[in-house]
Design a protein around this ligand. Sequence first.
Ligand code: URA
Length: 208
Amino acid sequence: MTKPEALKKLEEEIAADASLPLRESNLVFGEGNPDSEVMFIGEGPGFDEDRQKRPFVGRSGQLLRKNLRALGWKEESVYITNIVKRRPPGNRDPLPDEIAAYEPYLEKQIEIIKPKIIVALGRFAMNYFLPDAKISRDRGKIFRFKDFLVYPVYHPAAALRSTAVLGEMEDDLKKLPQIIEKADKLLAETKPEPPRVKESKIKQEKLF
Ligand code: URA
């Protein structure tokens, strides 16, 4: 099965899974290049994403996409998705049970794409991989997780609320081409994090 076929099948499985929470909202599966070395993962769809059934198309999405274009990248050259695939009512934070319910699908999505780097946008995406990390402390650091690197960056919605955060988010995103260049070396030189466990005391190693 090709990657696009595998992703299509996965999307159909999510759509058909009546046990999933938030089913009153539209499915926002993810989009972009299935062969991308970089995968951007946000928290969950907002109002505009729910309407358009596409990730990161509202104000924060436009800011993210502008920063990708500033790198000389085409938006469609990367893959973009979220932890939770449907909008929580009123844009509230996703609940732990909701994150857990969508987890098997996100895991499969990552397995299909096989990115070298996951850019975790904001604390929910970051804590999905690195439960003990703090966004203000750990954004812009590179962590090894399974067979990919995790790079936490401030969520663009936070950057829209603070010029200081905006500057830091933009600085971190600007480093991506350099990190991609080093990704194979970093992956070859380092060991994966131990499996993610709740309330873990995983030692998080700064690589770069
Ligand atoms: N915020 C997110 O975390 N994801 C989106 O898709 C849009 C806004």
